[in-house]
Design a protein around this ligand. Structure first.
Ligand SMILES: Cc1cc2nc3c(=O)[nH]c(=O)nc-3n(C[C@H](O)[C@H](O)[C@H](O)COP(=O)(O)OP(=O)(O)OC[C@H]3O[C@@H](n4cnc5c(N)ncnc54)[C@H](O)[C@@H]3O)c2cc1C
Length: 257
């Protein structure tokens, strides 16, 4: 089975986000594999082990993304592809990323493509479905279970805590939700082996894409941090007076009633 995983390099969830010059400041920040993409990588490895085939992990980014791609290889993926857009593009959005990925995949005869449900930084949840649309294949988002039988696929997806079971077929794109599996840690032999596994680097030119073909469809006007949380107010005194005061504050300060 020909399996592909879409992997984004994202901020470590422990990082404190700061803004400098209207952009998120990346200086000194730690980066990781987007956590939802770890579920996608783990599932891809399990599907390959059960059905045979090969797992290729793709990332659109810059050479810094090599580190996360090597980690995916150390987990057990077979190949990695870095589409390095650093020298070609200054701006991009979900359309840009999806178009580049779809262009790479269009002649690869992928049976199964797995991505994360959402990137923990950009957080739009758009890239997976957009890639499937561009490739004209079905997709199921936020999956928590994947069963493959020949070309038939039964998928369980998370719908706000409830479950929905969907029958579909390969080729298929799915996006992983927490609970799909327990991603493995790379083992020491895995890390050693990963150093020798193929990691190809491509640029837009290699995909016959011009800058205009992937021009962003959206423009970021402003990036800002959420307002600082104010300290809470503790009301004192008689319960009756407290209720009166609360209603007064909700009306005059919070302006919600
Ligand atoms: C040239 C360029 C410049 C950019 N400049 C900025 C910028 O200045 N500021 C900014 O905030 N963002 C920038 N971006 C990032 C962009 O806006 C989005 O973050 C990115 O397209 C993914 O969208 P998302 O984060 O909403 O991911 P989602 O759609 O939420 O991601 C869902 C899933 O899609 C897959 N996926 C997402 N991104 C990638 C990827 N890069 N490679 C492989 N798989 C992926 C993963 O499986 C992920 O779990 C730039 C992108 C490009 C291409």
């Amino acid at each position: 089975m020909n399996i592909y995983v879409l992997m984004k390099r994202t901020f470590d969830t422990e990082e404190k986000i700061t803004i400098a010059g209207g952009k998120i400041n990346e200086d000194g920040a730690e980066f990781i594999i987007n956590p939802y993409d770890e579920y996608a990588i783990e599932e891809a490895i399990q599907v390959r082990d059960a059905n045979g085939g090969e797992v290729t992990v793709i990332s659109v980014g810059n050479e810094e993304s090599e580190k996360q791609l090597r980690t995916a290889l150390a987990m057990g993926a077979d190949k990695a592809v870095l589409i390095n857009i650093e020298d070609d593009l200054e701006n991009g959005d979900q359309f840009t990323t999806a178009k580049i990925i779809a262009e790479y995949l269009k002649d690869k005869k992928a049976d199964l493509i797995l991505g994360g449900n959402v990137a923990i930084d950009g957080g739009s949840g758009q890239v997976g479905p957009r890639v499937a649309e561009l490739l004209n294949i079905p997709y199921v988002t936020t999956i928590t279970k994947l069963e493959i039988n020949g070309t038939s696929v039964t998928v369980t997806r998370d719908v706000e805590g409830d479950s929905e079971v969907i029958e579909t077929s390969l080729p298929l794109l799915v996006t992983a939700q927490q609970g799909l599996n327990e991603p493995r840690y790379p083992s020491l032999p895995g890390i050693m082996k990963a150093k020798k596994k193929p990691l190809d680097e491509l640029e837009l030119d290699d995909l016959d894409l011009e800058e205009d073909d992937v021009e962003a469809k959206t423009k970021t006007i402003e990036i800002y941090l959420p307002p600082k949380k104010e300290a809470g107010k503790v009301l004192a005194g008689d319960l009756k007076d407290q209720v009166k005061e609360l209603v007064h504050l909700l009306h005059t300060e919070a302006k919600v009633i």
